[in-house]
Design a protein around this ligand. Structure first.
Ligand SMILES: Cc1cc2nc3c(=O)[nH]c(=O)nc-3n(C[C@H](O)[C@H](O)[C@H](O)COP(=O)(O)OP(=O)(O)OC[C@H]3O[C@@H](n4cnc5c(N)ncnc54)[C@H](O)[C@@H]3O)c2cc1C
Length: 392
């Protein structure tokens, strides 16, 4: 019998298991994948996520993975571009964009080092319930036989298609269908200083410096155009880059090193993240389009909030139900403004006139431009930026 079983061992699951194990709980961490392994995701971890890696003692390993840090962010709107450095969070200005093969492996190893028991190549098939309360998991490892494991709480950190969320019929709210679709690949030989965003009508693309001297370049189209995009991925990808000619020239001077990776599976939703014997964290409980690159950082934040709640409940300081209700409230309060902002950007429509006016007013005002990048990356609260923008 475990205190907690965590299903899914990437950005949400491993930190949850690690933090619980560090508090002395008996944790089983399962994943059908093995590590290192990749997943569909680009890689930006903005300063609020980096500050958590630092707090957890894992930043030196990320930095040692041959992954450059960066501070500068730019946003090219077509007519003009802004560039700046987001204000720091907890003294951290750096961002990193480690490949998931590296980052997730570091996170899994940290959970194991903290004392969590890892069972990889283990697929959960369904939850086990006692008297209407989730009491464990049923699944199978590589050897094939069905195994049942029991715990006081089962945490679903198992992504968008969470089997935990499905089995408990977790209610979704404020959901929006996918707005954009994304393809990305890796290039060598491109000089980069930081993350570059490009916005064009119905298109968005970016430049992301990642491990081993490679640059990840994701390109987004509207979801409605996914079939057309997919019919000629390379051609459409390169033609989209041509909308920013200087960038296109830089990219054509480099070399594509890998195949294209892509998805249109980017829904936007909140799910109720707890119930009797279960909780959800990361994409399993909340998801939005990756255009603002917040999912990894959100998963880290969610893990911290959830572990605080579980600890309060399992230690008897508070009822678990009450503590988990508070987890939902704190999660939603923290995420709501970025959720709305992200859905607005992911529609890939020209910004409304008031936003265009605001972006225009930022030109020549470096302090406010830096705060804009703080809002985009999560180091400045979005309501704080939009209520005070232009006042400096
Ligand atoms: C195209 C794209 C680009 C992105 N770019 C960024 C970015 O730059 N920055 C950023 O912060 N975020 C980005 N994101 C979002 C980010 O990838 C996710 O928010 C993040 O991966 C969430 O982590 P997670 O641990 O919740 O879920 P996941 O990473 O999906 O991990 C879930 C794990 O659960 C396991 N699992 C699932 N079902 C079972 C089962 N039945 N049994 C056992 N194991 C199971 C899976 O094997 C997997 O390992 C991007 C997403 C996409 C699609």
């Amino acid at each position: 019998m475990y205190d907690v079983i965590v299903v899914g061992a990437r950005c949400a699951g491993s930190p949850t298991a690690m933090l619980l194990a560090r508090k002395g709980y008996r944790v089983l961490l399962v994943d059908r994948a093995t590590f290192p392994s990749d997943t569909i995701s680009t890689h930006i971890v903005w300063p609020p996520g980096v500050a958590r890696l630092e707090r957890w003692g894992l930043l030196p390993q990320v930095a040692a993975s041959n992954c450059p840090s960066f501070e500068r962010v730019s946003f090219d709107f077509g007519d003009f571009a802004l560039a700046g450095v987001p204000p720091p969070v907890n003294g951290t200005r750096q961002s990193f964009a480690p490949r998931r093969t590296r980052l997730d492996t570091i996170l899994v190893a940290a959970a194991v080092a903290a004392g969590a028991e890892l069972r990889d190549r283990f697929a959960v098939q369904e939850l086990v319930a006692d008297d209407g309360r989730v009491a464990g998991i049923r699944g199978h490892g590589e050897a094939g036989g069905t195994v049942v494991e029991r715990a006081h709480l089962v945490v679903g950190a198992d992504g968008v298609h969470s089997i935990v969320a499905r089995d408990v019929e977790a209610t979704a709210y404020d959901a929006k269908p996918p707005l954009a679709c994304w393809y990305y690949t890796y290039w060598s030989g491109i000089a980069v200083e930081g993350v570059e965003y490009y916005s064009r009508p119905h298109r968005a693309f970016g430049i992301v410096p990642t491990n081993d001297g490679l640059t990840c370049i994701p390109i987004g189209w509207t979801r409605a155009e996914f079939a057309e995009y997919r019919s000629d991925i390379e051609g459409n990808y390169l033609r989209t880059l041509d909308l920013a000619p200087t960038l296109a020239e830089r990219v054509r001077g480099g070399r594509r090193e890998e195949r294209f990776y892509g998805t249109a599976d980017v829904p936007n939703y909140f799910r109720k993240p707890y119930g009797p014997g279960w909780a959800l964290v990361g994409d399993a409980g909340y998801h939005k389009d990756p255009i603002t690159a917040q999912g990894i950082t959100d998963a880290f934040h969610g893990a911290e909030l959830l572990v605080d709640a579980i600890d309060e409940g399992l230690s008897g300081r508070r009822s678990l139900e009450e503590a988990l209700a508070d987890y939902q409230r704190r999660r939603d309060e923290a995420l709501r403004p970025m959720y709305d902002f992200t859905c607005q950007l992911a529609a890939l429509e020209p910004p409304p006139p008031d936003l265009q006016e605001l972006f225009g007013a930022l030109r020549g005002n470096q302090a406010e431009t830096d705060r804009f990048f703080g809002a985009l990356t999560g180091t400045v609260a979005i309501p704080e930026f939009f209520s005070g923008a232009g006042s400096n």
